[in-house]
Design a protein around this ligand. Structure first.
Ligand SMILES: *Cc1c(COP(=O)(O)O)cnc(C)c1O
Length: 424
């Protein structure tokens, strides 16, 4: 990616580091691709907004015609603030959560958005809360895989959804509660292996086919997320046209079984947003460790971003492309570990999912150079935290040569806002 398109040094001077930059033109390209992908009455894409719930992003998603998969009551309400209609005709916003907490249940009852239940207890929760309306049901089809072991989205070790053999009982429970089940859903995960993703979607179509006779009220079948994003240089892109063909075939096959025209949905989260994001950090130092006998050790590039800003490498060993902006960019590459400011040895951006360091070839930076972590538009700011009372980083939206601050750097006041001392 050509970083010279962005005035990173100037922005860093104005708002400090670290910060996120989102390229609105890349977002627009991805959304246009998805619009072509889901064109027509049979296919519909829901944006899984947990990947990036910035209002500006949600507005662009809405303008592009997509619906929403939300996973908390507050996500539903944020979608509403970004202009998505509430209610379930049509079910523009669906709430998929494993557990109702905080305002989740109340939001479903008050806003009338479609709840997608993933456990029998949630059917009881809805009935007890006085909900009267349609539901969707999330099935664990007995297989599936996320992008790493810690991210298990289907199969016996996954917590998500209702086990496929228990679906008939859950349907009875829903019927007794008077809930028409209008949606059948599964999310088996976004593996980096496109072949595996392909095979999983085919198996899923068959599981849906087997289950459909239990669901006379169903109008939509949802294949979940997501679409893989190519994080590594040279990684293959998913063949969207091929996936579209597959889903249209699945729509016909499943409509035939159901005896009526069904809508097929997918829920891309990372796909539209991952590639638009840069996390821009400042190099503060370069230092080395050495062992005595062999002189082995590592050279560390120290930066001011940490896993409080981007947790994916620390949590999953996820790979993010890294660039140096400044004097180091032109130098002969050497191998470096890139590490952040937190008091945790795992605060390292260059490691694998076995927690081993994987030094990266980079031009030797000078302190003061910028270091950019690529593809951080998904699950970057969205999973950032106030760990060690660090302020969450600002977010900048870049479009047509203009930068707009869409979230400022947090202050101590923001962090302390909910603290109180109140007798109960
Ligand atoms: C997270 C999630 C998605 C999106 O996953 P991505 O890998 O970001 O595309 C879709 N559906 C559900 C139910 C999810 O929880």
């Amino acid at each position: 990616m050509d970083l010279s398109r962005y005035p990173l040094a100037e922005l860093a001077g104005r708002i400090g580091t670290p910060f996120f930059l989102y390229d609105g033109e890349i977002l627009a390209e991805r959304l246009a691709e998805l619009a072509a992908f889901s064109e027509g009455p049979r296919l519909h894409a829901r944006y899984a907004m947990k990947a990036n719930s910035a209002r500006k992003v949600l507005e662009r998603v809405r303008e592009a015609g997509f619906w929403i998969d939300a996973v908390s009551g507050n996500e539903v309400l944020r979608a509403g603030r970004a202009g998505f209609p509430m209610g379930n005709e049509p079910p523009v916003v669906m709430l998929t959560c494993d557990v109702f907490r905080d305002n989740g249940l109340a939001t479903v009852v008050e806003q009338g958005v479609l709840p997608n239940v993933g456990s029998p207890g949630q059917i009881r929760n809805l009935a007890d809360a006085g909900y009267r309306g349609p539901i969707a049901m999330r099935v664990n089809p007995g297989f599936g895989h996320g992008h790493v072991q810690a991210c298990d989205t289907g199969g016996p070790s996954s917590k998500h959804g209702i086990w496929h053999e228990d679906i008939a009982d859950a349907v009875k429970l829903a019927r007794a509660a008077g809930f028409p089940i209008v949606g059948l859903h599964a999310h088996v995960g976004t593996g980096p292996q496109i072949a595996e993703f392909d095979a999983n979607m085919r198996r899923l179509a068959n599981v849906f086919g087997d289950l459909l006779p239990l669901f006379p009220d169903v109008t939509a079948v949802n294949f979940g997320g997501g679409l893989p994003h190519p994080y590594r240089p040279g990684a293959p892109h998913i063949d969207l046209q091929g996936y579209r063909r597959f889903l249209l075939e699945a729509a016909s096959m499943l409509s035939e079984i159901a005896g009526k025209a069904l809508r097929v949905e997918i829920e891309p989260g990372r796909y539209p947003v991952a590639g638009m994001g840069l996390l821009v950090a400042r190099v503060t130092d370069v230092k080395a460790t050495r062992t005595n006998e062999k002189g082995e050790g590592h050279e560390f590039i120290m930066v001011d971003a940490g896993f409080n800003d981007l947790i994916r490498p620390a949590m999953y060993g996820s790979y993010h492309e890294i660039s140096i902006v400044g004097a180091g960019a032109a130098r002969e590459p050497a191998t470096f570990v890139v590490a952040g400011p937190l008091c945790e040895s795992g605060d390292v951006f260059t490691r694998d999912d076995q927690e081993l360091l994987v030094p990266r070839a980079l031009g030797r930076p000078d302190p003061g150079d910028l270091l950019v972590l690529h593809d951080t538009g998904a699950y970057g700011a969205a999973q950032s935290s106030n760990y060690v009372s660090m302020s969450r980083a600002p977010q900048v939206f870049w479009e047509h040569g203009k930068a707009t601050l869409i979230a400022r750097r947090e202050t101590l006041g923001d962090i302390l806002r909910a603290e109180c001392d109140q007798a109960l």
